[in-house]
Ligand binder design. Structure first.
Ligand SMILES: Nc1ncnc2c1ncn2[C@@H]1O[C@H](COP(=O)(O)OP(=O)(O)OP(=O)(O)O)[C@@H](O)[C@H]1O
Ligand SMILES: [Mg+2]
Length: 357
């Protein structure tokens, strides 16, 4: 950052843009900012979070760090946080409880992992489905929810011909390759999506998630629509999402969107597990030479800028597309191939993350 470091009042202005997740108020107005210390090119901000869940506090701390690092012009930014969990809270800055319920888990589902992307068409659904297969291979009970209203793709990717069943007032997910799948595409007629907007769409998705009989799952992948809109925010406020994976391609513009996506999740206190760089390089099927048609090193750069791990790179491989179109994910169809291995590597990293929590 080459800009001149900002002064305290300007730093406070930036901190006022940091909203407490789920609320319209910011951390300054909640009295969470205790001290701002400027020493040369070092900025230290002390936060006090009383009655705040640890994961929420971690998300806020990380978000505050990243926004100050990006905008305040200091070489070093350190955020110190004094956190008291809700149970120990007796008095202080706890936001009024009536504003909004905290995100809830889905009964029976151990972990919810969101797969997101800033832009459409970067391979998000393909990543989600191949990770689901990888998780099944690792012996996990796996579900996938296709929440992409603009382009539901689960029926194609898993070659599902029948719709979901029902049991009483619950919906039964479709099962394929050991994965329990549900898609917004099952309940919306093709060509209708444009009238599904805002609250109506959010309600439909929530209803689908809530009424589906998932049974016991180790992990449920949420294939989100692209972007950082209303759907993403409202789902992450309603459900306790344990982590988000951000998929991108190496083009710079897409990386801009990664930044926005990562910041959005930090803002809603969903931990970002890491970035997947898709169509990262082309591996020549004849000589094995790797070329980088969209540029190299972007994923690493962005990962280090944001302080978010790079979970893996998936090659640009026509076979991935062919297998996806035929409804058999490449991890299943060609498990020994380089592409399958790259998805398996990503799953291993995600799995390590899940196990460490
Ligand atoms: N690594 C890859 N190599 C080659 N083709 C790929 C790769 N990843 C995805 N594709 C292809 O790119 C297209 C878009 O992928 P996909 O549908 O997974 O993207 P998406 O981000 O979910 O898109 P949308 O925003 O429309 O939901 C598909 O045809 C898919 O088969
Ligand atoms: Mg998709």
């Amino acid at each position: 950052m080459s800009n001149k470091p900002l002064q305290e009042a300007e730093i406070l202005k930036i901190l006022k843009t940091v909203k407490y997740p789920g609320y319209s108020r910011d951390i300054v107005s909640f009295g969470m900012v205790k001290n701002i210390i400027i020493e040369g090119d070092k900025l230290q901000v002390e936060l006090v979070m009383r009655g705040v869940e640890q994961r929420l506090a971690d998300g806020l701390k990380e978000y505050t760090h990243n926004i100050l690092k990006a905008e305040a012009g200091f070489k070093d930014v350190e955020i110190l946080a004094e956190v008291t969990p809700p149970a120990e809270e007796t008095h202080g800055h706890q936001p009024p409880p009536e504003e909004k319920a905290p995100p809830q888990p889905i009964p029976g589902v151990k972990k919810i992992i969101a797969v997101s992307s800033g832009k459409g068409g970067v391979g998000k659904s393909t990543v989600a489905v191949n990770l689901a297969v990888a998780a099944v291979k690792a012996g996990k009970k796996v579900g996938i929810m296709d929440a992409d209203i603009h382009g539901p793709s689960l029926p194609t990717l898993l070659h599902i011909e029948d719709g979901p069943g029902t049991e009483g007032d619950r919906m039964l997910p479709v099962e394929k390759y050991g994965i329990k799948g549900m898609s917004i595409g099952f309940i919306v007629e093709p060509g209708q999506p444009l009238i599904w907007r805002g609250p109506m769409l959010n309600k439909a998705l929530e209803q689908l998630l809530d009424t589906t009989k998932w049974g016991d799952l180790d992990v449920l992948f949420l294939d989100l629509p692209p972007g950082t809109g209303d759907v993403q925010i409202s789902l992450s406020q309603k459900y306790r999402i344990d982590g988000a994976i951000v998929v991108t391609t190496p083009q710079n513009l897409a990386l801009e969107d990664v930044r926005r996506g990562a910041v959005m999740f930090q803002h809603t206190a969903v931990p970002v597990i890491g970035i997947v760089e898709n169509m990262s390089y082309y591996s020549c099927p004849n000589c094995g030479h790797e070329s980088h048609p969209f540029g190299a090193g972007g994923g690493e750069k962005e990962s280090s800028f944001l302080g978010i791990p790079l979970l893996g790179k998936i090659p640009l491989d026509p076979q991935i597309m062919v297998q996806s179109d035929s409804g058999e994910p490449v991890v299943l169809a060609e498990p020994e191939g380089g592409s399958a291995k790259s998805y398996l590597q990503v799953w291993e990293n995600v799995s390590n993350y899940i196990d460490s929590k």
